[in-house]
Ligand binder design. Structure first.
Ligand code: PEP
Ligand code: MG
Length: 598
């Protein structure tokens, strides 16, 4: 063990579980690229530096392509990722790119970094302005190639995860969701991240992959060195650097206990989700990656309340999933969880889930930009592929469609016209489909909540997305650890909106559920049921605990609880009142779900 002293860092536990491994630090940020004028006698050496960086990058990419792809990846995906890497290698060798960069170094007497940066950015911009999807994708390839070259020139080497022995704890200041998927599937057993709140997409991905994670660890990459032994405790929100042998032993035991508890939790999957007074509460699963459907079934979820289909794209970008890929995925989900419903949310790209190859815009504030339904309606061809697959999947299974980031009735109507066109197209082609596909929307923007009564007349169901509803209502970035304390689910404004949304749905006679992270918090469940929610969708692992909570509650007192909470002035007051209620209920019902089984 290393001679350094044990150090405990406290952050935000964002994905439950304990992992023990060795640190691999990821620096995501390239240094600034400066334009440095060079004296004539240095030009040849600078051109040689560029060639060296290019050759190093080609060697690295070839190695990754030949041996580094995870073996359990689907064949199709293997092929596609191999194809992307091959395209990057070809670009790096492309005489036109090489010629332009070297001509720039020689012609403008500038450093290689500047020449690479300017040349790849100019070429990428030209490609991105082209309407054709394939050619626009080449723009992203050029950005990627530019980044590889700059990394090599700046001496930032890629982390070859395969070179590190044993389990890996990934330590990063920030980690985009796409990277988290890639790395989380690849021998990474824990994440320690500088940025990120509980509902950031990267931490949602960590939970999907069942990789313990702690976020909000300021300057974590400066405290850790590659290969340091590290423990991540996602439940407690702590990261322990240089643990002693004693600490390691303690956490190994804790991990065993947690695994055993997890298995016990799965045993409760057959228990009905019903309150003491006999009201059914439907507990569904939020799924980001198709493989999670097995967890959904094992933990007893009654359907999929949210499939974040954008990850289908993010995983294989810049390539777009084909209609058959969409159809295969939706059918797989529906089959595994039949006869329960599967709600597929259409691509919610843009915002932090950047999709540069789909967006030829640069946005100052992408969270308020071309995101969700706005982006897909602006890129109809890509959207058409997805909607065709949805109509087809719904022919055999209870598959429903849900639109993200809806802000107006116009958007719903426009979508309906578009969907009808597609259904007509499928009829003409003689392809089996369900023309009565149920159409629902996320309520996740304050304006949608405020016109919930008008929206309820236009759709088949609502699902309240509290992650964004809180972000936009409270003006608190869900990824920003500096304002995490202001991200208050119990803020009176949120409770008022929830009441109005639920009342609007009830009056219109449509179904309403909740799929934001609030829905999986057992502390909040009494209040949510009291407000009238009967459908909650959450990360699969949370279903047993929420079910145990549902089974211990009686609705009439919850309705009173919701009325009182709704009359309080601050989140803190609501929290205190809820706390007293929970303590009182706990002292009255001590029954464990496992006792019921025996
Ligand atoms: C939400 O906003 O609450 C939601 C469920 O969607 P996402 O977390 O994917 O933005
Ligand atoms: Mg959202």
């Amino acid at each position: 063990m290393s001679g350094q002293r044990e150090q405990v860092l406290t952050g935000l536990g964002v994905s439950y579980g304990i992992s023990i491994g060795r640190a691999v630090c990821v620096e995501n940020h390239l240094e600034e690229v400066f334009r440095l004028p060079l004296p004539a006698h240095s030009i040849d050496a600078e051109v040689a530096r560029y060639h060296e960086a290019s050759e190093l990058t080609i060697r690295e990419l070839t190695q990754v392509k030949m041996g580094e792809l995870p073996g359990d990846m689907e064949d199709g995906l293997q092929e596609e990722i191999g194809g992307i890497l091959e395209a990057h290698i070809l670009l790096l060798k492309d005489p036109s790119l090489v010629g332009r960069v070297t001509a720039r170094i020689r012609g403008e007497h500038v450093n290689a970094e500047w020449a690479v940066h300017r040349t790849t950015a100019e070429l990428a911009e030209q490609f991105e302005a082209i309407e054709d999807d394939y050619l626009r994708g080449r723009g992203q390839d050029l950005h990627d190639v530019g980044t590889y070259l700059l990394r090599a020139l700046q001496g930032i080497s890629h982390h070859e995860l395969s070179e590190v022995e044993g389990d890996i704890i990934l330590v990063a200041d920030d980690l985009p969701p796409g990277e988290a998927v890639r790395l989380g599937r690849h021998r990474v057993v824990g994440f320690a991240i500088g940025s990120g709140g509980r509902t950031s997409h990267t931490t949602i991905i960590a939970r999907s992959l069942k990789v313990p994670a702690v976020g909000g660890l300021a300057s974590v990459t400066q405290l850790v060195t590659d290969e340091d032994p590290v423990i991540v405790d996602g439940g407690a929100g702590t990261v322990i650097l240089h643990p002693t042998a004693e600490t390691l032993e303690k956490y190994a035991r804790l991990r065993q206990a947690q695994d055993a508890h997890d298995l016990e939790q799965q045993e409760t999957r057959h228990l009905p989700s019903v309150t003491l007074d006999g009201t059914q509460i439907s507990l569904m699963a939020n799924i980001d990656l198709p493989e999670e459907i097995h967890d959904a079934a094992n933990y007893g979820a009654q359907g999929v309340g949210l499939y974040r289909s954008e990850f289908l794209y993010i995983e294989q970008s810049p390539k777009l999933p084909t209609e058959e890929q969409h159809l295969r995925t939706y059918t797989l989900l529906a089959r595994e969880i039949a006869p329960n419903p599967v709600i597929i949310r259409t691509y919610d790209l843009g915002g932090r889930k950047l999709a540069r190859e789909l967006m030829n815009t640069r946005e100052e504030n992408p969270v308020l930009g071309l995101r969700g339904i706005r982006l897909t309606m602006a890129r109809r061809e890509m959207f058409r592929t997805q909607i065709r697959a949805l109509f087809r999947a719904a022919y055999h299974h209870d598959v429903r469609v849900m639109l993200p980031l809806v802000t107006s009735v116009d958007e719903v109507r426009e979508f309906r016209v578009f969907a009808q066109e597609i259904a007509a197209e499928l009829s003409q082609e003689g392809i089996a489909h369900n023309p009565s596909l149920k159409i629902g929307i996320m309520i996740e923007v304050p304006c949608a909540a405020i016109i919930a009564d008008l929206l309820a007349r236009e759709v088949d169901f609502f699902s309240v997305g509290t992650n964004d509803l809180l972000q936009y209502s409270l003006a608190v970035d869900r990824n920003n650890e500096h304002v995490a304390h202001l991200y208050q689910p119990l803020h009176p404004a949120i409770l008022r909106m929830l009441r109005f949304i639920l009342e609007s749905a009830r009056q219109a006679g449509i179904e309403v559920g909740m799929c934001g992270e609030m829905a999986g918090d057992p502390r909040l469940v009494p209040l949510l049921l009291g407000l009238g929610l009967r459908r909650l969708s959450m990360s699969p692992r949370l279903v047993p605990e929420v079910k145990a909570c549902v089974r211990s509650l009686s609705l009439p007192e919850l309705e009173q609880l919701a009325v009182t909470c709704g009359s309080l002035a601050t989140a803190e007051e609501v929290d205190g009142y809820l706390d007293r209620f929970l303590k009182q209920t706990a002292s009255m019902t001590e029954e464990s779900p496992l006792e019921v089984l025996s």
